[in-house]
Design a protein around this ligand. Structure first.
Ligand code: HAM
Length: 420
């Protein structure tokens, strides 16, 4: 019997998993530098948390959740996104009682029963942050900048940032009146009408050409912003410009989740075809309260690691072969093996990556493994090297060997790798 991974999941194994790790860590680096702290969350939650928090008009809740009954008869759902679980944790543990804003990040797998295609998976990986409890527009700009820096840090250049504002309650109320009147004047099927009743904004995201054509003429929320919302949005733009972050305003943007208000944004990559959204997020004014917390706003994002990796590969800025060990160590004979083990232990302690040839291979075979590992250097440790205390450090790309004393190995490797 041969088993296969479930349909539509993304899975990373060597050598590509190195590139995955690289992308994930680059996305996380600016977040950590800005003082966001780790939330390690469960991957399943009460189903109701998502129906309430994410919204029943969304595809995510209505069609894509992996929901099941656990052994205690509770309805459980594999997390389709990270925000509401993060907020649930913040509320449950009172993190919002100990100084605001609360700034947290998380990273892991998420589950949506979507139709699988390139860049769209049923289990995917995402890095997210949430900053809760401050209305400062500088926070919006900071959050957007952290996503931008993450993508930029991977080496991505062919992406653009789109921003819009969904306004405050007052703006949305004024817009809704005109939007609903407009939608009611259209000739729509019953299912679409029902969706529009729960959230009329959702229709802006309808991909059917006839509906999209009708919605292109619909009243736009951006034209209904209250003075406060317009000021807030103007400040966000001012801060982004001050940071040198280019953006375009997309008044037709609709995010796939219902909780957004105010500043909303998406990062779109040019080379990814249909699944071009590499990250997105925004503010959510009423969400904390709707799931039992204080009436405070928050803002955050989710960045798709799978898609950022595809984008990095498309731009040629990451290669799975870039992640080889610094040194491949080949002991010849039993006494050399113990010394090699000790040496590898010390080198790793100095943050130098080392692989040791295992299985007492003959030199020729061991050198083949060294080649295959992609190591920058190799070193053979035999009886004569042990006696003299001198080793030949061979640079694999050129084949040039340099004589080094064992005691000088660590500093030598540090200097020679830092030049690379
Ligand atoms: P989202 O846009 O639904 O936002 O997901 C975040 C990112 O995850 C997307 O931009 C995309 O790159 C990636 N993604 C989503 N679905 C899939 C999929 N099926 N396969 C591969 N990648 C996917 C959220 O989830 C919000 N929680 C973000 C947020 C945080 N908003 C405020 N705070």
């Amino acid at each position: 019997m041969k088993f296969q991974s479930p349909k539509g999941v993304s899975e990373y194994f060597p050598p590509r998993s190195h590139a995955f790790e690289f992308v994930r860590d680059r996305l996380l680096a600016p977040i950590k530098n800005a003082g966001y702290q780790l939330l390690e969350l469960p991957i399943f939650e009460d189903t109701e948390l998502f129906t309430r928090g994410v919204g029943e008009s969304t595809d995510v809740v209505s069609k894509e959740m992996y929901t099941f009954e656990d052994r205690g008869g509770r309805s459980i759902t594999l997390r389709p996104e990270g925000t509401v679980g993060a907020l649930r944790s913040v509320i449950e543990h009172g993190l919002d009682r100990a100084g605001l804003p609360v700034k947290v990040f998380y990273c892991g797998s998420f589950f949506r029963a979507e139709r699988p295609q390139a860049g769209r998976y049923r289990q995917f990986y995402s890095v997210g942050i949430e900053a809760i409890g401050s209305d400062d527009p500088a926070l919006d700009a900071e959050v957007i900048a952290l996503a931008y820096e993450g993508f930029y840090g991977i080496g991505l250049r062919k992406f653009r940032l789109e921003v819009t504002s969904l306004g405050d309650a007052q703006s949305r109320k004024a817009h809704r009146v005109d939007l609903v009147a407009y939608i009611n004047s259209l000739n729509l099927d019953e299912a679409t009408k029902a969706r529009a009743q729960i959230n009329p904004l959702r229709l802006f995201d309808d991909k059917r050409p006839d509906v999209a054509a009708m919605m292109a003429k619909a009243p736009r929320l951006l034209d209904y912003l209250s003075t406060e919302s317009a000021d807030h949005f103007a400040k966000v733009q001012e801060y982004l410009s001050a940071m040198g972050i280019a953006f375009t305003i997309n008044p037709l943007m609709v995010r796939g989740l219902d909780y957004y208000t105010g500043t909303t944004f998406e990062f779109v990559h040019e080379d990814l075809g249909a699944q071009s959204g590499i990250g997105g997020g925004g503010r959510y004014d009423g969400l904390m309260e709707s799931i039992g917390g204080q009436n405070i706003s928050g803002i955050g994002f989710g960045l798709g690691i799978d898609r950022a990796l595809l984008a990095a590969e498309a731009e040629g800025v990451v290669s799975s072969t870039d992640f080889a060990p610094t040194l491949y160590l080949i002991p010849l004979g039993q006494s050399a093996k113990a010394v090699a083990m000790k040496l590898a232990h010390e080198l790793r302690d100095s943050d130098i990556s080392v692989e040791v040839a295992m299985g007492d291979k003959a030199l020729k075979n061991a050198m083949k493994s060294a080649d295959k590992s992609g190591a920058l250097f190799s070193l053979v440790l035999g009886e004569s090297e042990l006696e003299s205390g001198n080793v030949e450090l061979k640079e694999m790309s050129t084949g040039v060997a340099t004589s080094v004393t064992l005691s000088a190995l660590v500093p030598t490797l540090i200097t020679r790798t830092s030049k690379k």
